[in-house]
Design a protein. Structure first.
Length: 213
């Protein structure tokens, strides 16, 4: 049989029952995880992998430093499927638009507040939160869960070890399975994977939040 879960980014427990089967084997229970429907672009895809991100030296390529760009693209296209005024994009097109219209800062880092300019002003930048003196990873997870419950995908920021390296990696969270999240990961070979916010190789450090206006 085919079970359609819809676009609810939550965990489901499904039990199938066979009344005519043996009593000791007449039910089976399994877990399934729903997720928000969006593109799962990867930064090393051929159409843009070797395109220079931004304009500033040392002129690095999207396949090397394009995780934030790719996560933003996936997020914009999620809302583009909801709002007809938001034009769908891809990392090549968005990179070009951001160069031409001031989407990057002086280091070619994305200016998060200006992302709404590339979504027809239909998005609200709710803001960011990062681990610090007054914000814990638990706080980030609680906010992340609240946004998911309202069907808002969230861009997350992880840090490769060692702590303090500022070697960031950005992904888009589109669902949750138990204590793990379904993420559209720009470097995943499959486009999406499960992510543990406490995993040693990429612990969660921050979130970037948007809503549809």
């Amino acid at each position: 049989t085919i079970l359609t879960l819809g676009n609810i980014p939550a965990e489901y427990q499904v039990t199938a029952t066979c009344p005519t089967c043996r009593a000791e084997a007449n039910t089976v229970t399994f877990r399934a995880c729903g997720k928000l429907a969006t593109d799962e672009f990867r930064q090393n895809s051929g159409s843009w992998a070797d395109v220079v991100l931004g304009t500033q030296p040392p002129h690095k390529l999207i396949r090397k430093v394009g995780c934030a760009l790719t996560a933003v693209t996936n997020m914009i296209n999620f809302y583009g499927a909801i709002s007809t005024s938001i034009v769908r994009t891809d990392p090549f097109q968005l990179n070009r638009d951001m160069i031409q219209r001031g989407g990057y800062d002086g280091n070619d880092d994305i200016n998060w507040a200006r992302v709404i300019n590339f979504a027809a002003q239909r998005l609200i930048y709710v803001g960011d939160a990062n681990i610090g003196p007054h914000t814990s990873r638990t706080d980030l997870i609680q906010q992340l869960d609240a946004d998911l419950s309202n069907s808002h995908p969230v861009i997350i920021q992880g840090e490769h070890p060692p702590a303090g390296s500022r070697d960031w990696h950005f992904m888009l969270v589109v669902g949750k399975c138990g204590n793990q999240y379904v993420v559209a990961d720009p470097i995943s070979p499959t486009g999406s994977r499960l992510y543990d916010p406490n995993e040693p190789q990429l612990p969660l450090r921050g979130i970037r939040r948007y809503e549809l206006r």
